[in-house]
Design a protein around this ligand. Structure first.
Ligand code: SAH
Ligand code: SF4
Length: 398
């Protein structure tokens, strides 16, 4: 607006129209004078929002989306919707708002028992994917719509592909195709909000920047997206978590962000020591565990906030009881308020690891707890449709 010689408040009006009213055409921004809308259109400006191109539905209610970014290349990126979350958000919610009682669902959960009822399938975008029993009962009670979920988590991508090359991750196989722009990162959230009729300020929706890509290798665009989501869309950064494989310069920049705009931080630890970590995450040779921890220490945590260490259990490689004791020692030594999120490895074609068995997972968790560490096990969501951690981007090119 400045470049066009227009007052700054016109920029605010556009942001308001794009992110609050979610207009889809420049011509619908009625707060702008018609002459200005015409000038913008004539100059080639348009409203280009990412849209859902394809939907894959899991038997567990999870949906994986191919989201098409507008532009000449029409590339797609993957985003995941997890009604009821994956369990890892419960502790976070308590930290963000100690008055919410986790674990008390207040709405019916239509999917809970319907396992195996239908095969994973891809459906037409836009078609509601489950019965919405209350959708038509308008006027029966005040305007708040009742949803078939009481909370949800959206897993957002920051890049197409990833350059980091973790050995257990399917996204790594793609290499880095390109960075996503800030609008493409924030736009994934809006596309899912529209499909699921999420009401900002009412529904309990958490965002995790844990989709395809390494957010801290696309730092500026990633943080610009967070600012859009906080300032323009109106979401709370305390309900957002960014996960990094341990990009030290990124963590250092993150530490300098103002707390009111900073998501929570999760670090993909994934191994009990540098030796194993370097094997499964070659990036560890550049930034070993100690360097990552030193950088994390620079982050000023909010009251009650904890750092999350994610830990992928690879059968025989990272899931043994002695590994749990090493992890506990390591986490204690950091002296940070921290918790560990365990993730059972999700398989992918051509990836030479094995899934840990449930008893081993449980004893790993108990070993951590016995050693004084808070530990959660993340529920695998959408494995049947390749929507679970580390499985994204199997089906982008159709
Ligand atoms: N690039 C970032 C964020 C995306 S990955 C990062 O690596 O942190 C989100 C989480 O999924 C990471 O903790 C990663 O270690 C984990 N992950 C990757 N591949 C996985 C797989 N096949 N099974 C289970 N977790 C996996
Ligand atoms: Fe990239 Fe994260 Fe996958 Fe590693 S785990 S390859 S950093 S997306």
């Amino acid at each position: 607006m400045d470049a066009l010689g227009e007052p700054a408040f016109r920029g605010r009006q556009i942001a308001e129209a794009l992110y609050r009213q979610r207009v889809e055409e420049l011509s619908s921004i009625t707060t702008l004078p018609k002459s200005l809308r015409d000038r913008l259109t004539a100059a080639g400006w348009r409203v280009g929002r990412p849209t859902i191109a394809q939907v894959f539905q899991s038997t567990d209610g999870t949906e994986r989306y191919l989201i098409r970014c507008p532009g000449p290349r029409a590339e797609t990126v993957e985003t995941v919707w997890m009604p009821e979350g994956d369990g890892s958000e419960l502790a976070d919610e308590e930290e963000a708002d100690p008055t919410t009682r986790p674990g008390a669902p207040s709405y019916p959960r239509p999917f809970a028992d319907r396992v195996g009822e239908h095969e994973p399938q891809s459906v037409r975008p836009g078609a509601p994917s489950y019965p919405r029993p209350f959708a038509d009962r308008v006027g029966e009670h005040e305007s708040r719509s009742i949803k078939p979920w009481s909370r949800a988590t959206i897993c957002v991508s920051s890049q197409i592909g990833c350059a980091v090359n973790c050995q257990f991750c399917l996204t790594a196989k793609l290499g880095l195709q390109r960075n996503l722009a800030a609008g493409e990162i924030a736009g994934q959230v809006l596309a899912v909000f529209d499909r699921q009729q999420v009401e900002v300020g009412r529904d309990r929706v958490n965002l995790v920047f844990m989709g395809m890509g390494e957010p801290f290798l696309n730092y500026d665009n990633f943080m610009a997206a967070v600012r859009l989501l906080v300032n323009e869309v109106g979401l709370s950064p305390q309900r957002m978590t960014v996960s990094t494989s341990g990009i030290v310069p990124g963590i250092e920049r993150f530490a300098a962000e103002p707390p009111e705009i900073r998501p929570r931080l999760a670090i993909s630890l994934n191994a009990p020591n540098n030796e194993v970590r370097a094997e499964v995450m070659p990036i560890n040779r550049k930034w070993p565990i100690e360097a990552v921890i030193d950088a994390v220490r620079q982050v000023r945590l909010r009251p009650r906030e904890r750092v999350t260490f994610e830990y992928v259990l690879l059968a025989g490689i990272t899931d043994q009881p002695e590994h749990a004791r090493e992890v506990a020692r390591l986490v204690r030594r950091t002296n940070l308020p921290a918790k560990v999120n365990l993730i059972a490895w999700n398989p992918g074609p051509g990836i030479p690891y094995a899934m840990p068995d449930p008893a081993t997972i449980e004893s790993f968790k108990q070993e951590l707890i016995a050693n004084g560490i808070t530990a959660y096990l993340r529920k695998p969501r959408g494995r049947d449709i390749y929507a679970a951690c580390g499985q994204l981007k199997r089906t982008v090119e159709r």
